[in-house]
Design a protein around this ligand. Structure first.
Ligand code: JCQ
Length: 236
């Protein structure tokens, strides 16, 4: 999978070099390229923002650098032959909420472009123009405001990247996690069986695999009801 990121803070993405995704890049499973939006700003100060038409607080990202950046990346020959156009993701508090289902949809695509906005946002015409280059999605990490799209893009790249076949060593660990079946995960324990007066539940030491599976399912349902009842309304 190819992922391009456009940001005025490309160094935010240095952490993608390490850990699981760093290894995936090393193995050639994931090709992430981070671009500085200012490379497409041509005035002497490499300006990417300006005051909003109609007045109001803060600054808005100018359309021209975005148009050039997205055009150059969408038509980049090094992306290789693509059977489908890119998905262009703009992290935004005004977008659809990102879930594990969104991660699965994005992981099935060949090419993702993340456009990271800053200031009060990006000139609205950029989204209309981007729609001529690929499938545009405004996606929110949740109902809170960040200073820019970078941290949200990073979270989405990690959630998507680990779904690419071969990135996570044991694929069983992908299906057993929270949210894959619409429920929270059951509690986990390891040795010692007794620690500071706290004991591992007897059932897990019983060797009765049927009873353990039933107990775990019960724990998943109980926790989901207590902590995230909204998930139960949506799951079967
Ligand atoms: C993403 N949840 C919160 C902030 C404008 C595209 O325009 C903007 C982007 C941001 C950064 O994203 C978030 C966010 N998910 O704040 C303002």
């Amino acid at each position: 999978m190819r992922i391009d990121v456009v940001s005025i803070f490309p160094s935010f993405f240095d952490v993608l070099e390490v850990s699981l995704l760093g290894r995936a890049r090393g193995k050639g499973l994931l090709d992430v390229r981070v671009h500085d939006l200012r490379s497409w700003a041509h005035d002497r100060h490499r300006t990417v923002d300006d005051t909003p038409y109609g007045g109001g607080a803060g600054m808005v990202m100018k359309p021209e650098p975005w148009g050039e950046a997205l055009g150059a990346i969408a038509s980049d020959a090094s992306t290789g032959p693509q059977t489908t156009g890119p998905v262009i993701v703009f992290p935004s508090p005004a977008g659809e909420v990102f879930t594990q289902a969104t991660a699965r949809e994005l992981a099935a695509r060949e090419h993702l472009i993340f456009g990271c906005g800053r200031y009060e946002g990006i000139d609205e015409r950029v989204f209309a123009h981007a729609a001529s280059l690929g499938e545009v999605r405004l996606i929110s990490l949740g109902d809170y405001v960040l200073n820019g799209g970078e941290v949200a893009a990073m979270a989405m790249i990690e959630a998507v990247g680990r779904l690419i076949p071969g990135v996570v060593g044991n694929p069983d660990s992908l299906v057993e996690e929270s949210h894959e079946d619409g429920l929270l995960e059951y509690p986990s324990y390891t040795k010692p069986a007794s620690w500071r007066g706290l004991d591992v539940p007897d059932i897990l030491l019983s060797g009765n695999h049927g009873a353990i599976a039933a107990w775990r399912r019960e724990q998943q349902l109980e926790r989901t009801r207590a902590r995230r009842p909204d998930l139960l309304d949506r799951s079967d």
